[in-house]
Every structure is written in structure tokens, then in C-alpha cells.
Design a protein around this ligand. Sequence first.
Ligand code: G3P
Ligand code: MG
Length: 239
Amino acid sequence: MIYPRIIAHRCGGALTPENTLAGLRLAKRLGCRGVEFDAMLAADGVPVLIHDETLQRTTSGQGRVADMSSAQLGGLDAGGRHHPAFAVEPLPTLDEALRLCAELGLWANVEIKPSAGQEAETGRVVARHAAAAKGKLLLSSFSASALRAAADEAVRLPRAILVEAIPADWRERISAAEAFAVHCSARALAAEALAAVSDAGLPLACYTVNRREDAERLFAMGVSAIFTDRPDLWSAKEM
Ligand code: G3P
Ligand code: MG
């Protein structure tokens, strides 16, 4: 799979409320080819787009995502906390986001973001929904059991391991998840680890890079793609 160079982090980056359809639409208008977003299970097992296990930071709700049904979550405002101009922006389901990505022609990295204790179930369900979607998709997760469950559910969907620093056992993690790529923190990237991953012929993508000069340095080192909150810093041609 060829990565877009610039991937809008949490849908549209910092310019829109994170993990929303408004974000996807803006990413498209900016000329992005790829987006990343986080998928977690509601209490009724429906995957929705949200980063935190709790609702306070990004929505009008309170409490835990895993305790609310998808219908309850769908009634929350996921935009007004970012800026009142984005009220009322719904908290989308994964299916809604995947449909819009397919319609807009956006490549999507679905990050499986399980609530504690729901790792394997979240991996399974997110993979099932992703496998039923159209468009170019890639799954990733910090959770090894979520990725393994995703592989068991839909082995043909490409997967990337997601880590902070590249660990010494990255090869074992790649093979346990039957993954083909590494996503790691730009801040924790060591040149030797990058060289080892590149020598193995695997793409490496770095989060979260919000300055052009940092991105240029990473691309010069051999990084394939970056996740950014500031996709507006690049022209459509550069993405
Ligand atoms: O998938 C890359 C990046 O999104 C991982 O960090 O916390 O923003 O989901 P986070
Ligand atoms: Mg993420």
C-alpha cells in the first residue's frame, strides 16, 4: 500500500473538531489524500469516532463512551467544544465516516482505540465494519490484542503496528499482527530503528508532526508519511 505523504490527524486536524465528518470534509477541501481517525465501541457494540474513553473533552456529554449507546452518543455535540461555530456537529459512527471517506475518495487509517478491557472485541468489530466498507483502508492500534483480533476477522485488511518509540521486539509485533508497516511517534524516532524498519522494506509513518521543517527532516530520513494536525501547511500537490 502506498501511503499519502501527509495524513490529516483525527480527520481534519486542528482546524476542525477532531473525529468528525466536518473534519473529513475540510481535509478533502484542503487537498488531503489521507486521513486518520480513532474508533471505539459504544455500549451497544457500534463503533463510533472518538479519541478519549470519556466524553468531556470533545463533546457535550459526560461519562464513559463504553457506557452510552450509539443512539445516545449520536445525540451529542462533538463540535461546540472545539469552537461554537461548529455546534452542533454530530459524533459520527465508524460506518458514517467510512461512507464519507469512500464518497470523497479519502484513504483512511482507522485507528482501533479500545476502551480498557475491550481490546479484542473492538479489534474484531472495527475490522468487520472496515471490511464491509468501500475505499482504501488501513487499520492500526496501540493494542496488540486488538490488531490480532482484527487480523482474525479480516486478514486481507492491511494493518500497521502503532507504538511510541519503536520497541526492540518490533519484528515480533509485526509478525504477531501480520502487519506490514510501523506507525510511531516522531519525537521518539531513533535513526537506527528507522534504518532497521526501512531495511526490512516496511513503510514507517510518524505522528504528530505540526511543523513543515520537522516533516521535511523526517522525509529526508526516509519516513514514508506523517500524521498532522496542520494539513493546511501543505498544498494539495505536496500531499
Ligand atoms: O494513529 C496515530 C495517532 O493518532 C496516535 O495517537 O493519541 O492521537 O490517537 P493518538
Ligand atoms: Mg489516533
